[in-house]
Design a protein around this ligand. Structure first.
Ligand code: IMP
Ligand code: MG
Length: 436
């Protein structure tokens, strides 16, 4: 593991020296809300282009700049750095309403968007009826979706009748696709006793966003290629987290996109040879919103205290997040599935002041011990975490370097590095201060 890490580190130095462009990926290693927005904001000053590759407005990326809170759901966080361009790849599902609101919000905050935001023509569009269906299915016993229309929009894509961004440039193509998409969606709406929609209303709705979408349309895969060929750096901004991946997550309690590193290649359009680093972001504890098993969940006062100190409320839905101890068996799996080279720990400061912090180092299941487990495993409902205790947690918030952390914290970090078999490349311990 170390040798591989050293090799990647050396090859990145060579790339820099030869002025080769590259792609780095940032993704979440848990159930989302790991602080990817904050990490992307910190990193993006070193990149020319930041690209979203999956998910949609179900994401909520929070960044604090000079005490101001910025929450973005769709526009990549890189937009908050002047001079950085941002793009939405075809793996994303685009809600034009949210896009338009975010553009207005950014302009209001004095952030220039014109000529800096690109959208791939192949990106499927999320319609209001997708959001309605999402809510209707959720009422019938869903998995705790954000009701942002994500699953119905991807469903229509795979059914091959999605209206995609580029369709709005061609009247007859748009007409054809809206007809196909409505034929199916009206069956669902009828089933739920909802009003059926007509083609011209839906076309008018999407065309009302043409003026903001059209100037941004560009082939994102080729945009990345051009950057790499010119020696520029591209950052891929993941949303949600590994344990919510549609293939490898805790199905069916997952989101409908590929949240792992492979999702970046598929959802933005590039090959493996241009990838330099994979940053995997994880919190010093774990949270989960929505339903599904959570082996290290805390249902006591300690859980409440972490939730309140960590302000663990959904940035998109405002829902209270479930909280638990850091889970190494799942973290090891998440690192494996994405080939993470740079693990980044966030929100360590939230644990400041705790006398005892637990770390799940393995699971016990039917008398056997497991040091790694796939989240897809049905036995995730039955595993018993095996804990070690660390503490007290002191000296975090004011530390200028890791040496200043209290002994309990140092031991906790050392033990995690030892278990995941690689160094933690950065640690965040506050909303705005730099990573250490
Ligand atoms: P959907 O993505 O809205 O379909 O929701 C599917 C599951 O993923 C639900 O459990 C949501 O709570 C969860 N989820 C979706 N987006 C996020 C996110 O950005 N952070 C955390 N959880 C999310
Ligand atoms: Mg979030």
């Amino acid at each position: 593991m170390r040798a591989l890490f050293e090799y990647r580190y050396l090859s990145s130095i060579i790339d820099k020296a030869m002025n080769r462009g590259y792609v780095d990926i940032v993704l979440g290693l848990q159930w989302g809300d790991e602080g990817k927005g904050r990490v992307v904001h910190y990193l993006s000053r070193d990149y020319e282009l930041v690209v979203r590759f999956q998910g949609g407005a179900n994401a909520g990326h929070t960044v604090y700049i000079n005490g101001e809170k910025y929450v973005l759901h769709l526009v990549p966080t890189g937009i908050l750095h002047n001079g950085v361009k941002v793009a939405i790849g075809p793996g994303v599902v685009l809600d034009p309403e949210v896009l338009s609101e975010e553009i207005q919000f950014l302009r209001g905050a004095g952030i220039d968007v014109d000529g800096r935001l690109f959208i791939d023509p192949r990106t499927p569009i999320v319609f209001p009826f997708h959001k309605r269906e999402d809510a209707l299915f959720e009422e019938k016993g869903g998995i705790g979706s954000t009701k942002r229309g994500i699953a119905p929009a991807y469903r229509d894509l795979y059914q091959r009748f999605a209206v995609r961004v580029g369709d709005i440039l061609d009247e007859s193509q748009l007409d054809k696709m809206v007809r196909k998409q409505l034929e199916f969606n009206n069956i669902i709406l009828r089933h739920f006793g909802e009003r059926e929609l007509n083609v011209s209303d839906v076309k008018d709705w999407v065309l009302s966003y043409k003026n903001i979408i059209e100037p941004a349309i560009l082939d994102v895969s080729l945009l990345i290629r051009e950057h790499v060929l010119q020696g520029k750096r591209v950052l891929l901004e993941g949303a949600q987290g590994t344990l919510l991946d549609i293939f490898f997550g805790n199905y069916p309690y997952v989101t409908s996109s590929h949240t792992i590193a492979g999702g970046a290649l598929v959802g933005a359009g590039f090959g493996k040879d241009v990838i330099r680093r994979v940053y995997g972001v994880f919190k010093a504890y774990v949270t989960r919103v929505g339903k599904g098993p959570f082996p290290t969940e805390l249902k006591d006062d300690t859980g409440e205290e972490i939730a309140s100190k960590g302000e663990e409320f959904g940035a998109t839905t405002g829902r209270k997040r479930r909280v638990g101890w850091l889970d190494i068996p799942l973290l090891k799996y998440a690192i494996w599935i994405s080939g993470v080279t740079h693990p980044v720990m966030t929100k360590l400061d939230v644990l400041e002041g705790f006398r005892e912090v637990k770390l799940a180092v393995s699971y016990r299941l039917d008398g056997e011990f497991y040091d790694m487990i796939t989240p897809a495993s049905l036995s995730l409902e039955r595993v018993e975490p095996v804990y070690e205790s660390y503490g007290p947690f002191e000296g975090i918030k004011n530390a200028e370097s890791r040496d200043a952390f209290g002994e309990g914290v140092k031991e906790y970090i050392k033990r995690i590095e030892n278990l995941i078999e690689m160094p933690i490349s950065s640690i965040s311990k506050g909303k705005e201060n730099d990573l250490i």
